[in-house]
Design a binder for this molecule. Structure first.
Ligand code: PMV
Length: 362
């Protein structure tokens, strides 16, 4: 079993003075949700997600050797312009990953990052952002250690991304990623995400995710606070056990293509996540009236058309509408005519299952 120590390099055979990489990394949408964590970003329960395709962060990491004066040195640009308010998060990330990337203080970095989705759309950019940063640092480590295997590269990139933001570890690979030790998912680990190990039924090929932007405002509850509230939560243990069971069930479904079951598990997971927030102390309601309007309309549409379209939610009011590729035309027409009106400025993003991080330039 791979352990944390396996990601601490002993020495490097090569050196590099300067250079740059550009990687893109996608967002992901959890089907079985991660909510609650232990120390060092270890999840309280396993989760599984679809990797997305169009919602991405694109990050260029330029590096230049400097004197190691015991400090991290980096500039942070967002869409080409300095962005001071993102710096503390990056500083914290560098501190957390330094034991695994011991060269970090030997370089000055310029990190230039941009998202393909609208700024402040309420879509979490931390997953794609941290994943994009992690793969860039792994590219630099691979320069210093060219013998590195592809497997190690991906596992460690996911491991590092996890230290930035838990769900980011599911954004390195595609199409379906499991994160968190799960008895019936071989190779699963609390330390990094792994590709779903069984064959995926063709019903899920290019599965669609249309993200309805119901509320683009600042998050009411940061996920850090949300995860923490699971510590003294009266239903925590039951919830964690349920996530293991739901992962068993959805693994079957992903393999056998039973979309009716898929809908049940996915919607129940979304509502359970929100139920956990509603029953924590303090308690929160992150859904908005428009979230509920949308859910009710999806249920009505599904019962009338028998199209297996369903919803899921993250820790916010936006709704992810999930449906098979061959129903795209009908579902998009329904979204445009019935659901767009419940979105801020009628905005939504049409996305689908994708393949993970991509090296764009080096
Ligand atoms: O990665 P974090 O710490 O932002 O947590 C995200 C948790 C959810 O998005 C609500 C669920 C999930 O599994 O992605």
């Amino acid at each position: 079993m791979v352990q944390t120590q396996d990601f601490i390099p002993s020495s490097y055979s090569q050196t590099s003075d300067s250079g740059q990489f550009t990687w893109s990394a996608p967002s992901n949408i959890a089907l079985v949700k991660y909510w609650g964590k232990k120390a060092n970003q270890i999840p309280a329960n396993p989760s599984v997600s679809f990797t997305l395709s169009h919602c991405k962060t694109i990050t260029t990491l330029a590096f230049e050797k400097k004197q190691n004066d015991g400090n991290f040195s980096f500039d942070l640009l967002f869409e080409g312009k300095p962005k001071e308010d993102f710096k503390p998060k990056i500083q914290k990330f560098l501190e957390r990953v330094e034991p695994y990337l011991p060269f970090l203080k030997d370089y000055h970095f310029t990190i230039d990052t941009q998202n393909t989705f609208p700024h402040s759309s309420g879509i979490a950019s931390s997953a794609s952002g941290m994943a994009a940063l992690a793969v860039n640092f792994m590219s630099l480590e691979r320069l210093l250690n060219p013998e590195m295997t592809e497997e190690y590269f991906c596992q460690k990139a996911s491991f590092l991304a996890r230290l930035g933001s838990g769900s980011a570890c599911r954004s390195v690979k595609g199409k379906v990623v499991v994160w968190g030790a799960h008895a019936n998912t071989e190779t699963s680990s609390d330390l990094f995400g792994v590709e779903f190990p069984k064959d995926i039924h063709p019903n899920f090929n290019n599965y669609q995710d249309t993200i309805l932007l119901v509320d683009k405002g600042e998050k009411q509850v940061s996920s850090t606070v949300g995860h923490d509230l699971m510590h003294d939560h009266p239903f925590a243990e039951k919830r964690f056990a349920q996530a293991h069971q739901n992962l068993d069930k959805i693994s079957e479904v992903l393999h056998n293509g039973n979309l009716e079951e898929f809908v049940k598990i996915v919607e129940s997971e979304a509502l359970t996540l929100h139920a956990m927030m509603m029953t924590s102390m303090p308690y929160f309601i992150l859904m908005k009236p428009n979230t509920l309007e949308i859910i009710n309309k999806i249920w009505k549409f599904r019962s009338e058309t028998k199209i297996p379209v369903c919803f899921t939610l993250d820790a916010g009011a936006n709704v992810h509408v999930l449906y098979p590729e061959q129903t795209k035309e009908q579902v998009l027409a329904f979204i445009e005519s019935e659901l767009a009106m419940h979105c801020q400025n009628n905005q939504y993003i049409v996305d689908q299952m994708g393949f993970g991080a991509e090296l764009i330039a080096h």
